[in-house]
Write a protein that binds this ligand. Structure first.
Ligand SMILES: [Zn+2]
Length: 426
């Protein structure tokens, strides 16, 4: 495939290719009245096109194995195939051609360079090489020229030893794990601050963008936290935060088109400072499994103005994922937002929270039970519980039932924290 330049030209070429090679998109576009690529027009008319949902891709793959009718290549042309973890149903296989892999590498390299990672830095990582798309990120670290020390997840002992002995400038992990590492080190009487880590690169879940959670990690390590966010179906490490720490910059320019949409109506939301909505992505030149207006289920706040670092690419902060969202009497509640509010009460709380809904499913009646871990020596003070409940009500507009629990009573994770636990639901 020849590489045209300019987002609009690239997009038009991609639409033509979809008509030619992807039965899924040919049918999908025909169903809404576009029977030829020319009729679809350019990027300025993209909002006229239907969205793509993850469930459609699963269905497409189940009905047309192995890659699904949305794929635009034969499986023999794929250089790599990732699979998603499949929390809801069968895993989805995501093929990449060699050119697609090169694009992913460039995107991830840009995002991690924004984080301040540079050649010669020692970097300890806790990501496995596969089957998760985090594996793609490892090549980006190599491309930047860091001295990479992969220790993987699940062995905190070994990780602490690596921090102590190799004294890396940077550590890459999920924000939950960063917190866990700090607590584990503290428990061993070796405050992790002594490792001298300068930057913690967090990805994999929204916590890194929560101001109070981030400050806590920064204080524990004596380091700065920089966030990265990707999405397996589109590209790994698609957004990366710069030294100004004011949101993650978009790294997919020329390769991916990002839109902000209203999660309920699907209508486009203008990209202005402070605007919120769900991200939808379109691959401008993906060869293997190109997606059109893919609903990410990531809710973000955006900034379109120039950043203090000088770059004027779009910036975002993740608010939460639709998949984790609960609705309490019509109010959308993101568990990560609850955690952020609770963390304002540090050092009287550890920052760990868990929501235990009474009912299965998304819709909940107030009060919504929220378990909050208190710090050592704090005790179950009803006045504290009432203040936390009031702060949640005032900030997030729903009524919680705050239950204080002992330090370390809630589960810790070396990957993603489970913020909602349905075991008490009926
Ligand atoms: Zn910046």
């Amino acid at each position: 495939m020849s590489r045209v330049t300019g987002d609009d030209a690239t997009y038009r070429a991609q639409i033509a290719r979809l008509f030619e090679r992807s039965p899924f998109y040919r049918d999908k576009l025909r169903a809404v009245g576009f029977d030829a690529a020319e009729k679809v027009g350019g990027l300025e008319r993209i909002a006229e096109l239907p969205f793509t949902e993850k469930d459609e891709l699963r269905k497409s793959q189940t009905e047309h194995p192995p890659l699904g009718s949305h794929a635009a290549i034969d499986i023999s042309q794929a250089a790599r195939i990732y699979s998603t973890s499949g929390t809801s149903g069968a895993p989805l296989y995501i093929p990449l051609t060699e050119a697609d892999i090169r694009d992913w590498l460039e995107i991830a390299r840009a995002s991690y360079s924004r984080n301040g990672l540079k050649a010669g830095d020692r970097l300890v990582t806790t990501y496995g090489a596969g089957p998760l798309v985090a594996g793609a990120t490892l090549a980006a670290f190599e491309a930047i020229g860091v001295t990479h020390v992969p220790v993987g997840a699940g062995n905190t002992e070994r990780l602490l030893a690596a921090l102590r002995l190799l004294r890396p400038q940077a550590l890459a992990c999920t924000p939950s794990y960063a917190m866990y590492i700090a607590e584990a080190a503290e428990a061993k009487g070796w405050p992790v601050k002594q490792a001298g880590v300068e930057r913690i690169l967090v990805a994999g879940e929204p916590g890194g963008g929560e101001e109070s959670f981030r400050r806590k990690i920064e204080a524990a390590f004596g380091a700065r936290v920089y966030e990265v966010m990707g999405i397996g179906d589109i590209a790994a490490s698609l957004w990366g935060e710069c030294e100004a720490q004011s949101g993650m910059h978009f790294s997919g320019g020329g390769i991916i088109h990002a839109e902000l949409v209203d999660p309920e109506s699907g209508k486009p939301v203008p990209l202005a400072d402070g605007a919120t909505g769900e991200l939808a992505y379109t691959h401008l030149r993906r060869e293997a499994a190109p997606l059109l207006r893919f609903r990410s289920r990531d809710h973000v706040r955006v900034w379109a103005s120039r950043c203090a670092c000088g770059a004027d690419t779009l910036r975002v902060r993740c608010i939460g994922r639709t998949d984790d969202m609960l609705i309490v009497r019509g109010v959308n509640v993101f568990p990560s937002a609850v955690r952020e509010v609770v963390a304002r009460f540090a050092p009287r709380v550890t920052g760990a929270v868990q929501i235990r809904p009474r009912a299965r499913g998304v819709k909940q009646e107030p009060p919504l039970p929220v378990l909050v871990e208190v710090a050592d020596g704090q005790g179950a003070d009803p006045v504290l519980a009432a203040s936390i409940a009031k702060e949640i009500r005032d900030t997030l507009v729903f009524t919680p039932e705050v239950r204080l629990v002992a330090p370390q009573a809630l589960p810790r994770s070396d990957y993603k924290s489970k913020l909602v636990d349905f075991t008490e639901s009926s």
